[in-house]
Design a binder for this molecule. Structure first.
Ligand code: SAM
Length: 249
């Protein structure tokens, strides 16, 4: 995905998302968090394609890596967490070779890395990876997932929310809204009609099967449609011995 679009969107991203989704995205995020927390409450989190850092805000783990290639989005993340009382650490000796911004508040730590899923390097393995509306943006889905998988501990969780292909009437109506109406609203609201038109094109790039195929060897512990059928939530555990869906083979 062309990161320049996201650079341009960054400052208005949160507001525009709330308006064009009528707050549904926030509801999806809340449902996602609630489901994840059934399995894992805290630990080391890696949030990929973080955009403005909303996933980290709601997950609130003690240690969170945020990975985002857009420099303008990174600035928004830093400002957002500064407002929440996090302080930037300037001095870093631990993994200097990986450019990053570290912020701390008490025992909470966030590490922001400006990079793609495909190229990312981390100094440790994590307990949970969250990918909220992230996968369809990867330039190379297979490479991105493979690289992320490398940094996930055995028994760790990979949690995904993604817009997927769906042939129902309601899904078609929503897609029409996103293709025809959202760019108009975004044009009026943030002057970005063209960019939203481009984004709407990527929405149905993936199917649920495309995603699951890339996670062979993972055990699917939750797979649900969210309140509108174009979004799906999939939570997987690394290296389940048998590939299962909702506890059934
Ligand atoms: C729809 S937004 C993600 C929303 C975000 N996860 C959230 O919770 O609100 C997509 C993000 O993917 C980022 N992106 C684009 N290409 C990427 C890549 N190859 N790897 C990781 N992130 C990428 C974009 O810069 C953008 O911020």
């Amino acid at each position: 995905m062309d990161v320049k679009i996201y650079d341009k969107l960054a400052k208005k991203y949160d507001l525009a998302t709330k308006i064009v989704s009528f707050g549904i995205e926030e509801l999806w995020r809340w449902m996602f968090k609630r489901e994840i927390k059934k399995y894992i409450k805290n630990g080391v989190l890696l949030d990929v394609a973080s955009a403005t850092g909303e996933m980290a805000r709601v997950m609130d783990f003690d240690k969170m890596y945020l990975v985002e290639p857009s420099s303008e989005m990174v600035k928004v993340i830093v400002e957002k967490f500064e407002k929440k009382g996090f302080v930037k650490e300037n001095f870093e000796v631990v993994f200097e070779e990986i450019p990053h911004i570290k912020m701390k508040k008490g025992k909470k730590e966030i590490i922001i890395i400006q990079d793609t899923a495909e190229n990312l390097k981390l100094p440790e393995k994590v307990d949970l990876i969250t990918a909220f509306m992230a996968l369809r943006n990867f330039d190379d889905l297979e490479k991105g997932i493979k690289n992320l998988d490398f940094y996930l501990k055995e028994g760790g969780y990979f949690a995904v929310v993604e817009m997927v292909k769906n042939d129902s009437f309601l899904a078609k109506l929503i897609l029409w809204y996103m293709d025809k109406v959202v760019p108009l609203i975004a044009g009026i609201l943030v002057g970005m009609k063209k960019e939203y038109k481009l984004l709407s094109k990527s929405i149905t790039a993936l199917s649920e099967e495309d995603i699951l195929k890339k996670f062979d060897g993972y055990e699917v512990i939750t797979k649900k449609k969210l309140i509108f059928p174009i979004a799906t939530m999939i939570i997987m555990r690394k290296n389940g011995k048998n590939f299962k869906i909702n506890g059934k083979r």
